[in-house]
Each structure stands twice: as C-alpha cells, then as structure tokens.
Design a protein around this ligand. Structure first.
Ligand SMILES: [Zn+2]
Ligand SMILES: [Zn+2]
Length: 311
C-alpha cells in the first residue's frame, strides 16, 4: 500500500509499504481523509516526540474493514493508572497516540485498536470527519476555561486550532472574540468566521485568552492581556520556553492552564458541532501529492490553514 512516511529530519516520502499489521483487538481502517497537524510540521523538522521512520497522521476518518464509516480517536490510554481512574484518560501515564507512537492515517490503510473507533454520523463529509480531532482539542480548552458565555475572548494564533477555538467560543455565546495572527490570510479567515477584530498582537484586556500558537511571545501576551482574575489556556506547542511576568500573575490572580487532547465526551461534542461550521479554510489533496504538500506547508510555501490528504 502507499503511505506518506517520515523518514528523517525534514524528509517525507511517498513509499510502497507492507500491508499494516492488524494485531488482536485491532481493526483495519481504509483511510478516506487525514488532516496534517501543525504539530506534525514541527515534529518533522525537530524529531523527538516523533521518531522516524513513522507514518504520521492522528486526525483521520475512514471505513473499517467490516464496512462501517468511522472517525478515529487517536488517544490510547491504559485504563488502569491513577489518572485513568480519575477520568483523565487524555493525560494517562501510559498515553500513546496513533500517528505518533504507532502508524497513523497518512496511508491507504492502518490497523488501530477497536477502542479507537467512533461511529461516523450520517452525512458528515470525510474532510469534516477528519477535522473532529482538532475540534475536540478546542472543545476541551473551553471546558477547562469554564465556557465562553458572556466573556470577552482573545485567540492568539489562527491556525486550525485557533479557528476552531474561535468557532467553539462563538457557539458557546462569547461576547466578542478578537484574534491575532502574523499572517494576513489567516486573520481574514478568522474574520469571515465571525471574529470581532483581527490584528498582529493583542490590545486591551480579556476574560479568557486562548494561546493556540505556543511561542514565548504569545505565552507572555496571554498573561499581560488577561484581566485580573482571568484565565489563559495554552494549547500551542511551537516551542518550549515560556517567559511571562510572574509578579503580574500573582498580583492579578491570573491563571494559566495547559490543555492537551480531550475526553471521550468532548470528542462526541466536537462530532456534533463540526457539521454546523464553515470549513472553507481547509483543503483536501490526493495522498499521492502528500510529500510535496507536507514539505511546502513545512517550509511556509502553501497557504490553506488546514490541508487534508485523501488516500
Ligand atoms: Zn493535531
Ligand atoms: Zn492510564
């Protein structure tokens, strides 16, 4: 079968690969659409969390070998540790992720644990189905923030996660959602989706700030532009450093929360929300073009906010 394989730092190749292993308890999935995540563009340049050779792809949907359309929930948890027992399977001590720690969706077929399959609702398009996973990240961030109703919100970074955090905030009844991005095209996409203002950097003060970029600069902004007693939620993973004014955080009783993945309930909510949304900022491409598409995205030469590969 054909697969897009991460073969070394900065190298993605379309290769003929052996058929996937389908272990006991696994199901073969015929992939229909798989989204390329910003974390993968970063991970291909800086191997560490992801070790080559690897078929990436943790945002995908397809048809199971027994003929059922499915969305994959790629977070695998042990079900036995103290955190799983508390219902926090997204931070399971033995967490593994499909497409990170085992082969993922940038392939014609992939074997996944049966527990990772979520039934695809009727009439949900394949690209929308593959966008449920990043949308679930946005639902979780808002869950941690205590919801968006009647709040003045800022979203820093208008990649797919930033736009989805904007859409969840609007669906929840935020008073206003301002966004920032350095790329004018992305700020325009956010405006079309309902952002009240778009700029290169935040101005003024917000009840909740979502950092969907994850740089030292946006992390500092998320504290500086948070009202006293407000909340910042960080999802972005662009770089490790965080430099913010700790005295400001103390004196203003400000809060910073890390957000990773989602619960099963949040994944289900994302599945229900996604069909309401305009996903014109996402574009699908044949898997055969995957190496070029991935490389251009990695080097900033291509502009859809989200690219999906269709095997
Ligand atoms: Zn992702
Ligand atoms: Zn666990």
């Amino acid at each position: 079968m054909r697969a897009l394989v991460f073969t070394g730092p900065g190298a993605m190749e379309l290769l003929d690969m052996p058929e996937p292993d389908v272990a006991d308890g696994d199901v073969l999935v015929h992939v229909r659409s798989a989204g390329i995540c910003g974390s993968e563009l970063h991970g291909a340049r800086h191997p560490g969390f992801r070790v080559p050779p690897l078929i990436m792809g943790h945002e995908f949907a397809g048809v199971s070998d027994d003929g059922n359309p499915v969305i994959i929930n790629p977070i695998l948890s042990c079900g036995r540790c103290d955190l799983c027992a508390r219902g926090l399977r997204q931070i399971c001590r033995h967490r593994a992720i499909i497409g990170v720690h085992r082969a993922g969706g940038f392939a014609e077929r992939v074997g996944v644990p049966r527990s990772a399959l979520v039934p695809l609702p009727d009439r949900l398009a394949w690209d929308a189905a593959a966008t449920v996973e990043p949308a679930a990240n946005a639902v979780h961030a808002w869950q941690l923030a205590g919801g968006a109703r009647d709040k003045r919100v800022a979203v820093l970074g208008c990649g797919a996660i930033g736009l989805l955090c904007l859409l969840v905030a609007l669906a929840d009844g935020a008073t206003s959602v301002d966004v920032t991005d350095l790329a004018p095209g992305r700020a325009d996409a956010a405006r079309r989706l309902g952002a009240s203002a778009a700029s290169a950097a935040p101005e003024g003060e917000y009840d909740v700030i979502i950092d969907a970029a994850g740089t030292a600069v946006t992390r500092a902004q998320s504290v500086a532009h948070q009202r006293p007693g407000g909340t910042a939620v960080w999802l972005g993973l662009n770089e490790p450093p965080a430099a913010f004014d700790g005295q400001d955080l103390v004196r203003g009783e400000k809060r910073v929360l890390g957000s990773f993945a989602y619960s099963d309930e949040e994944f289900a909510r994302a599945t229900a929300l996604i069909r309401e949304w305009d996903l014109a900022w996402a574009a699908g491409y044949p898997l055969a073009e995957g190496a070029g598409i991935f490389t251009e995205l990695m080097n900033g030469g291509l502009d859809p906010v989200k690219a999906l590969l269709r095997p």
